[in-house]
Design a protein around this ligand. Structure first.
Ligand code: ANZ
Ligand code: ZN
Length: 821
């Protein structure tokens, strides 16, 4: 018997699949469409086990659906723009483009070695001018509609990468890539007006019932909708209005001070020329450069300074002091707050520290609160007190009533606020889509005309690690103004690479479309993505931006869809020695080495068997050995059988019922586990049990002509199922049995429900101590069922019809005993 030479087997089948275009769309049959997508990789040069896991999970599903007759779209591409390529350019003195293309080539080769069934004819790379051309085109459409705009903004600046970072790229006050402490600067920046879609993006979450609940919650919190009221306080001396946003207008009588965000322009304006100017300026300058997330953390000490001015509480008419403090943010609400120390913990801590009055205006029902004795704020519900005409009301009702009162008096109104901010998309970097804008001294901001798209990368640039390389080009910046023809200069900012991934899945539906970002008909047919698979780290940004872009493209008339991803699976991490497998921890297992040593089929099988997709997977050398042994056992069990089968002129014969049951039961399990529940691990273990039962059968019944048809039947079905997980070895054995075509493209067999029902057992029936019959009953049949079946047997009735039954005993699954007197 020849050896299980997985390397030869795997490369052989990969070549055959490729040459025949086996997995190009259209081979799945004319069934219902199914768009299966995994998050495309950043081409860092090598795939890691996280990729291997993600893509193996998806591939099993793609293979099943294709065999089930779905019209499957299963594409792959590369998220090819971004910082790492530029960092590599700086370190190794290569062009980011060359570096990236090389990385893509390397990764694609590895991906092909894994035998994933992508439709490679649709491959795309976002660094291809034919791709980023459409980033620019979409940007200009957004610009025309006011959805892309420019303004000066305080931004996060990484002094090491010398670039602006989005809020979400700041992790605990440091740059997400290089960990350098982030600074705040003010610069002209480009934004996408995602806030215009805040309400719709929030409402849409309810319908996404194919998404993990935790992802929906994360997105909801990211939008951060709050209902409340805007209340106009007044500056005591001038009467100038000072609007605050509060979710608790019911506590207005308890507002004993006001706080401005340190960045608020009013702060320095109000202290100008007073004794307070110096200390306030010192405080402000110190706080504004601190990271906002740390600055406002719950356990962070609250600190601030009095600015020497007072405000008037609009309901009590009392003057209250104004402070500026670290716990108030400029970007939320109005950038200033009314502080209610009795009922807000932050305000309470601040008031205690600076000796500000604490006034209780809500008490727990039936209780009272002594401000002097309080050790924390009372933030719960209760009855309003010390609140003029509102005293005695339940505070929830009070929120409504106070708001209405403010509206009647014209000093406030109901208000809704979102934590969501517009998306800062400009980056001072080279390897991103160039923002297609020209600045002209006479005409101002002028969009690059469509015929001049794409604006491509200049190559005469230097990668020194300082500043924006685009700005070092001698040729790039100078441009003729598209309007007046005069000398003008190009925008050197590039787009955040999250722009690329916000719509790439639309492009896959018609990757070579030249007239538009994608063909409308193709998108109508394929979208939405039916199943998306990727890491939880993209729960907010990528998935949120994609939902935004889809809506923008809808409003541009490009698609009717609003939601891009119908179902979402977030796979767990790959763990080794108790920590996430990562380069920095040095606990990497290299997929190439594993393929070398065990073959792709073994890797795939182990990864799917070791853990259900959404749970973490602990890497185990013993586990992978185990999977390898299973495939070797499969090989040794089936190959000789295939030879026998080919030699014997295949005799027709009935299929053994036990084998049939085994096949149909397993078929049902595998179909449901992979296609519906996405629990590949239990499907794999069902196949392992299958092989055991199969070997038992061979031992018992042999491989003679009588048994061969049953064994062939079992082997065919087993190989079809195994092909979802270990496709190469399945193809090889399939062919060994003399079967036609690819096993990967066989129609998925249907199971017969009846054959999947519980197993049956043989039960002996005794009459007066002598076995008179044997019955097949469902395993676990109850006493009544067993006696009924026994008495229905003609053989038994022969012995019971004369007498009267005086006793009966039932031993489940084994024996019915009847005593006739
Ligand atoms: C008075 C008050 C009394 C408040 C009370 C709360 C409890 P969410 O739910 O997150 O929307 N706030 C408003 N703008 C702020 C800003 N720019 N920086 C820091 N805090 C700000 O929070 C809304 C509440 O957070 C608002 O309601 C305000 O404090 C504060 F017993 O107003 B509240
Ligand atoms: Zn001009």
């Amino acid at each position: 018997m020849r050896d299980y030479d997985f390397t030869a087997i795997e490369t052989g089948w990969q070549k055959r699949w490729e040459e025949s275009g086996a997995f190009e769309r259209g081979n799945g049959g004319g069934g219902e469409k199914y768009y299966l997508l995994e998050m495309y990789p950043y081409p860092s040069g090598k795939i890691h086990m996280g990729h291997v896991r993600n893509y193996t999970i998806g591939d099993a599903v793609a293979r099943l659906l294709r065999m089930q007759g779905f019209d499957v779209l299963y594409p792959m591409g590369y998220d090819a723009l971004g910082l790492p390529a530029e960092n590599a350019a700086i370190e190794n003195n290569v062009n980011p483009r060359d570096w990236t293309l090389q990385c893509i080539a390397g990764m694609e080769k590895q991906q092909r070695r894994m035998g994933w069934s992508y439709d490679w004819s649709r491959k795309l790379s976002t660094c291809d001018p034919e791709y980023y051309r459409w980033n620019q085109w979409l940007f200009l459409r957004m610009y025309e509609r006011g959805l892309a705009y420019r303004r000066e903004a305080p931004i996060n600046w990484c002094p090491r990468c010398e670039t602006v970072l989005a809020n979400e790229q700041v992790v605990a006050g440091a740059c997400w890539r290089c960990d350098t402490k982030v600074e705040v600067r003010s610069l002209e920046q480009w934004f996408l007006r995602i806030t215009q879609y805040a309400e719709e993006l929030l409402a849409g979450l309810d319908a996404l019932d194919g998404w993990p609940e935790r992802v929906r919650v994360m997105q909801k919190n990211w939008i951060g909708k709050s209902r409340g009221a805007t209340v106009n306080f007044r500056l005591k001396d001038t009467g100038e209005t000072l609007p605050v946003f509060t979710t608790r207008p019911d506590t207005l009588y308890g507002a004993t001070f006001m706080v401005f965000a340190p960045e608020h322009p009013k702060v320095m304006e109000l202290v100008k020329g007073t004794d307070y100017e110096k200390p306030v300026a010192a405080f402000v300058n110190r706080v504004v450069i601190e990271d906002r997330f740390l600055r406002t953390a719950e356990d962070r000490e609250k600190e601030g300074v009095y600015i020497g001015r007072d405000a008037i509480n609009p309901l009590t008419g009392e003057p209250i002091p104004i402070f500026t403090a670290n716990f108030v943010l400029m970007e939320y609400g109005t950038g200033m707050i009314m502080a209610v120390p009795a009922h807000d913990q932050r305000d309470f801590e601040f008031a205690r520290k600076y000796g500000i009055a604490v006034r209780v205006v809500i008490v727990p029902p039936g209780e009272s609160l002594d401000p002097a004795a309080m050790t924390r704020a009372y933030e719960g519900e209760g009855t309003m007190v010390n609140s003029g005409a509102f005293s005695g009301l339940h505070n929830v009702e009070g929120i409504e009533r106070v708001t209405r009162c403010l509206e009647e008096k014209g000093i406030g109104e109901e208000s809704v606020q979102y934590k969501l901010r517009d998306w800062l998309v400009s980056r001072q970097r080279y390897w991103g889509t160039i923002i297609p804008i020209i600045y002209c001294d006479d005409c101002g901001v002028v969009p690059v005309p469509e015929k001049d798209l794409p604006v491509e990368f200049p190559t005469d640039v230097e990668f020194t690690g300082r500043g924006n390389p685009l700005a070092t080009s001698k040729t790039f910046a100078a441009a003729a103004c598209p309007k007046c023809g005069g000398a003008a200069r190009r925008e050197t900012d590039t787009m955040d690479t999250f722009v690329d991934s916000s719509w790439y899945y639309f492009r896959f539906t018609s990757p070579r479309c030249r007239a538009l970002p994608f063909d409308k008909e193709q998108a109508r047919y394929w979208m939405p993505v039916d199943q998306y698979i990727g890491g939880i780290e993209h729960a907010i940004l990528h998935l949120f931006y994609s939902r935004f872009f889809t809506r923008v493209m809808r409003d541009l008339g490009l698609t009717e869809h609003s939601e891009p991803f119908r179902k979402l699976l977030c796979q767990g991490m790959v763990i080794k020695d108790g920590a996430k497998m990562s380069k920095s921890l040095g606990n990497i297992v290299d997929p190439d080495e594993m393929i070398e040593k065990y073959g792709a089929d073994t890797c795939r099988l182990f990864i799917l068997f070791a853990s259900p997709p959404e749970k973490d997977l602990e890497w185990s050398d013993r586990g992978i050995e185990g999977s390898h042994r299973f495939l070797k056992r499969t090989w040794r069990a089936l190959l000789p059988l295939a030879e026998k089968w080919r030699e014997a002129s295949p005799p027709a014969g009935a299929i053994d019922l036990e084998i049939k049951r085994l096949v149909h039961k397993t078929l049902k399990k595998v179909t449901g586990d992979v296609g519906v529940r996405m629990h590949h691990n239990t499907a794999v273990s069902a196949l392992m049990e299958f092989l055991n039962a199969f070997s038992g059968f061979v031992k018992e019944k042999g491989t003679g002509p009588g048994a061969l048809p049953s064994l062939k039947y079992a082997a065919d079905h087993f190989l079809m199922m195994l092909s979802l997980f270990a496709p190469h070895v399945s193809e090889e054995l399939w062919r060994e049995f003399g079967n036609e075509g690819f096993v990967s493209l066989q129609p998925w067999p249907r199971w017969d429900e009846e054959l999947t029902v519980e197993e049956t057992v043989e039960i002996a029936v005794q009459v007066n101590g002598k076995v008179r019959d044997r019955l097949r009953l469902p395993k676990g049949a109850g006493e009544d069922e067993a006696f009924e079946a026994a008495l229905a047997s003609a053989r038994i009735r022969k012995y019971t019809s004369d007498g009267r039954i005086v006793n009966r005993v039932y031993v489940p699954n084994r024996l019915v005993s009847i005593v006739v007197g």
